[in-house]
Design a protein around this ligand. Structure first.
Ligand code: CTP
Length: 397
């Protein structure tokens, strides 16, 4: 899908540079030609030899390397690509790009290029949150630079938060989206994602282990195919993807209201792990320990958002897709669930703890439709998302 696309890949100096090696492999697997450029700092993290070996191409490093200038001037090098990709992009290279500095080969290439530029930032969370980086990011976007990620999570520096470089496959998706085809252009797709939090009192809530990873991957894949995505998300660990319209909610009732407000849509995909029950009357004050005994919580049933939308008599999306999180007899339960809820497809998955699926990076799904059950091999959530997005595009075509 990236056949013969020429990518000028600039690796800058961050611990995430090691993921750059996998990125090169993934881009080449899809048919792209990768011309690698390393900053001096990047060479502290990956060796030019390993980069050259994976890219199957000479590594460019120095502005004043005369051999290179004889072979190919830096102006020509910067323009010989279909896309300039900076991954990882440090806070430093972002600042240099904003200022238009050209004091080494990578920054000179970025200033001289007339080809589209994409960056995958990676840095410490405080650096990412710093007002200077915020300003630089806004300016780069205004300059037409596409930004992929970063993701939120544990960082090599021991902190937690946004700043981790996107995974190589997520970057590949963004590159593929850049080049098209975009069969979902003009289509509106709703995605629910993440867990819901149901309050017990102002400080406590009932939740579940959903990370939002599958919903985020799905949102990203749909945007990649050109869809306008309304992303209704509970409090997830994984940040929403770029390019979607994010509607943050906490509870199932808020999620239902947000979903209804987002209609009409062409397709609706319910990847959220919605709490089935809420505390009937959550306390407005913190529940205190009492010598009169333990508190008794009474539950009320939450609205079934998927069933509500799937069974709408007017304005039903053309395609309604649910997920079925099961721990046993997955296919049997999921098949019954599809009929009970009235959706077109169910993506059934086994979330028993030994599978590591809930909160993990992989998924094993069976797509159940009125044509039967189709079991997909275990694969990354990114790949599940990509395949599902392609199926959605085919169904809406
Ligand atoms: N779902 C929803 N609203 C709810 C509960 C679930 O929209 N109140 C959606 C989920 O987003 C998912 C599908 O319904 O797409 C199935 O969720 P799941 O938790 O597997 O099913 P339940 O409805 O909870 O059924 P059961 O308790 O039988 O597992």
């Amino acid at each position: 899908m990236l056949t013969d696309k020429r990518i000028l890949l600039i690796l800058t100096g961050g611990i995430a540079a090691y993921k750059g090696l996998d990125l090169i492999r993934r881009l080449r697997e899809r048919g792209a030609h990768v011309t690698p450029v390393l900053t001096r700092a990047a060479e502290q993290f990956v060796t030019p030899l390993s980069v050259a070996a994976l890219a199957g191409h000479k590594v460019y490093r120095d502005l004043f390397d005369l051999t290179d200038e004889a072979e190919m001037g830096h102006i020509q090098l910067s323009r010989s690509a279909d896309l300039v990709l900076v991954a990882p992009a440090t806070a430093d290279i972002m600042a240099k790009m904003v200022q238009g500095r050209a004091d080494d080969l990578p920054s000179t290439l970025l200033l001289a290029t007339d080809t589209p530029v994409m960056i995958a930032p990676a840095m410490n969370v405080r650096m990412w949150d710093h007002p200077a980086t915020r300003r630089n990011l806004a300016q780069l976007r205004a300059d037409g630079v596409t930004v992929v990620g970063p993701n939120k999570g544990d960082m090599a520096c021991g902190e937690f938060g946004p700043g981790r470089m996107s995974e190589p496959l997520e970057i590949v998706d963004a590159v593929a989206a850049h080049f098209g085809p975009r069969p979902l252009t003009g289509k509106r797709v709703l995605v629910t994602s993440g867990p819901t939090h149901e309050p017990i009192d102002p400080v406590r809530y009932i939740a579940n282990r959903s990370s939002g990873a599958q919903g985020t991957a799905l949102g990203r894949a749909l945007v990649g195919l050109g869809a306008e995505v309304i992303f209704v998300t509970g409090p997830a660990d994984v940040a929403p993807p770029d390019g979607v319209q994010v509607v943050p909610v906490q509870t199932a009732q808020q999620m239902r209201d947000a979903v209804v407000a987002a209609l009409p849509v062409d397709a609706a995909i319910f990847a959220a792990a919605v709490a089935d029950w809420r505390v009937a009357s959550a306390s407005t004050q913190k529940l205190k320990k009492s010598k009169d005994g333990l508190p008794v919580l009474e539950f009320a049933e939450n609205p079934d958002i998927l069933a509500h939308v799937a069974q709408m008599s007017e304005g039903r999306p053309r395609l309604v897709v649910g997920f079925a999180a099961e721990t046993h007899d997955v296919q049997v339960h999921a098949t019954a669930k599809r009929l009970r809820k009235g959706c077109d497809w169910i993506m059934a998955n086994d979330v028993s703890p030994e599978t590591g699926i809930m909160g993990g990076s992989e998924n094993a799904v069976t797509l159940i439709s009125d044509e039967g059950a189709e079991t997909w091999p275990r694969m990354s959530k990114t790949d599940v998302a990509r395949q599902l997005a392609e199926r959605v595009a085919a169904a809406l075509a």
